[in-house]
Structure formats: C-alpha cells, structure tokens
Design a protein around this ligand. Structure first.
Ligand SMILES: [Zn+2]
Length: 308
C-alpha cells in the first residue's frame, strides 16, 4: 500500500472513531479557581484550559496559576535563561486569561519523577489551604498514554491533594501557619483523549488457523510456568465430587490434560476476538502510528499529500 493510501485509510479510521456527543456542563458558582500545572504553558493546550479559565474569570472567579516546574528545558536559551523567559511569558500569557498570579515551585523540568510524591502533594495542599479554591483545575491523572513525566507527576499529586486538603489529620502542623483544612468542591481534569481511551484496542489483527495453532504450541512450550498438571488434577477432583468428568481427559495424564486446557484457552480467546471483528480468529491491539502525534494531522496529510 502506498503512503497516500495508508493515510487515506487512517483518516477514515480516525473519522469512524469520532467521540460521542457530550452533554454541556455548567461552570459551577464559586470565587476561586486554583490551576495546578507543571509548566509555564499548560494553559495553552488545544484540548483544554485557556478557554475554561477565561470563562471562569468572566463569570467572577479569581484565578491563580501554579507552575510546578522551572521550565528550564523549554526553549533555546539554555537552562537558566529558559526559566526566566518562560516565567515572564507565563505571567504575560496567563494575564490575558485574567489569572492574577503565577506561583512557581521550581522543580527541575522533566526530572520530576524522583520527587517524593508526598512532598509535592504537601506543597499543593498548602496552596489549596491558602487560596481556598472552589475549583481545582489541572491534568487528569488518569489520562492514558501521557508521556510527559511532569504532567503525570503533578496530576497525581494534584488529585491526591484535592482529596486530602480537607482532612484535619493531614498535615495538622499547617495550623501553625494559620492554614485550615479546605475542600474544593470540584476537580476539573483535562486530558488528551484523542490519544486513545486506554484498555480499548483500536484494531484487530486477523489470524489464520495455522497462526493460532503456532500460538497455542508456543504458549504451552513454557511448561515451567503454564499448563501445571496440579491445576488439571484439581479440576478433575472438583468435578468428580459432583459426579462429573470431561470425557476427552479420561485417557490423558494430568500433564496432558493441562496442556489441552491451555491450548483450548488460546484457541477460545483467538476465536472470541475474531468473532468481535467478524473474522474467524484475531488478536486485538492498541496501535499508535507515526502520524498520531497531532490530532488532525492525518486528515491534513490525507488532503494535502501528493505523489512525486
Ligand atoms: Zn506541560
């Protein structure tokens, strides 16, 4: 298949996978929204934030933006200068949305994995207790296929902080700072859902009978871990207690019966996945291609790519 044909078929696949229509949500009544994000520019993402923040400010909210990283790797100026330039641009960009203040926690950009989660979470709890938001806004920590370590780390700390900031037994020492437990009513999580919903395959690969047979045989070649004779024995004993038996096991040893069961299972799952896809046998996958990075890119390419 040529690249052009591949792109056309991929675009068709993307169109057939359009998400279902969502109900329109209300902006809740409230006074303060606290935006907890890793980076200077996380309000700019096309899939969420800037628009909602602008609308919340229009509807009377005070907005505060937390930038957990120092953004040292974003830009071409070198670490130290990137930090300063990005902070300045963040202040300017967020002011356009009506945000009152950018609070920098200055953790090292893209190196946030080793931060103790409790420590990052406590910083966010302090901020929630200080600013007393009605709404906390940030990345959805349960987003799938998120590759940015700072997005994952801050989102997780945010969700935990949102939940725990209202508990008096969590960091009671904050009382000495004049901070009281505070529960924000809402958590809004943005997520790149067009990367895929996770745990849902987007393609079935058809298998023929010979391939399924090879898959079965290769599986039970691992006798050290699969097809345990004791399992077959336990089933036989359990069935016998009910005066039941499997006729095709009768002439088999426990080891042979265990292999037969495993082979049957591999065949069953291949047949089931096949039936879901309208073919005799299949395996399901979640496939990401080289043109899946930007939503809309495939559609653009399918309309604009020409053969040379
Ligand atoms: Zn970011």
């Amino acid at each position: 298949m040529t690249l052009a044909m591949r792109l056309l078929s991929m675009a068709a696949l993307a169109l057939s996978a359009l998400p279902q229509k969502l109900p329109l949500g209300e902006v809740p009544r409230g006074k303060v929204v606290l935006i907890l994000q890793p980076h200077h520019d996380d309000h700019t993402t096309d899939y969420g934030m800037g628009g909602l923040i602008a609308r919340m400010v229009d509807e009377g909210y005070e907005a505060y933006y937390v930038r957990a990283s120092n953004d040292e790797k974003d830009g071409a100026h070198g670490y130290a200068r990137n930090d300063i330039v990005n902070l300045r641009e963040s202040v300017e960009g967020t002011r356009i949305l009506g945000i009152r203040k950018v609070i920098s926690l200055n953790w090292r950009n893209d190196y946030m994995n080793p931060i103790p989660l409790n420590e990052l979470r406590e910083q966010l709890i302090v901020l929630i207790r200080k600013y007393k938001p009605d709404v906390v806004l940030g990345h959805n920590p349960w987003e799938h296929y998120q590759k940015n370590p700072d997005h994952r780390q801050v989102a997780r700390a945010m969700a935990e902080a949102w939940w725990m900031a209202g508990f008096a037994n969590v960091h009671p020492e904050h009382a000495a700072l004049g901070l009281q437990p505070h529960s924000a009513h809402y958590l809004y999580g943005k997520a790149r859902l067009d990367w895929g919903l996770g745990h849902r395959p987007n393609v079935a690969i058809e298998l023929n009978e010979s391939q399924v047979r090879k898959k079965q045989k290769a599986y039970v070649a691992h006798l050290n871990v699969y097809a345990n004779p004791a399992t077959a024995r336990a089933y036989r004993v359990a069935l016998a207690r009910e005066n039941l038996a499997v006729p095709e096991w009768e002439s088999l040893t426990d080891a042979e019966a265990a292999v037969l069961m495993e082979e049957w299972h591999m065949q069953w799952i291949s047949r089931r996945r096949g039936a879901e896809a309208g073919v005799p046998y299949a395996e399901d996958y979640y496939v990401l291609g080289e043109f899946d990075h930007l939503p809309g890119l495939k559609e653009y390419l399918s309309k604009n790519v020409v053969a040379r």
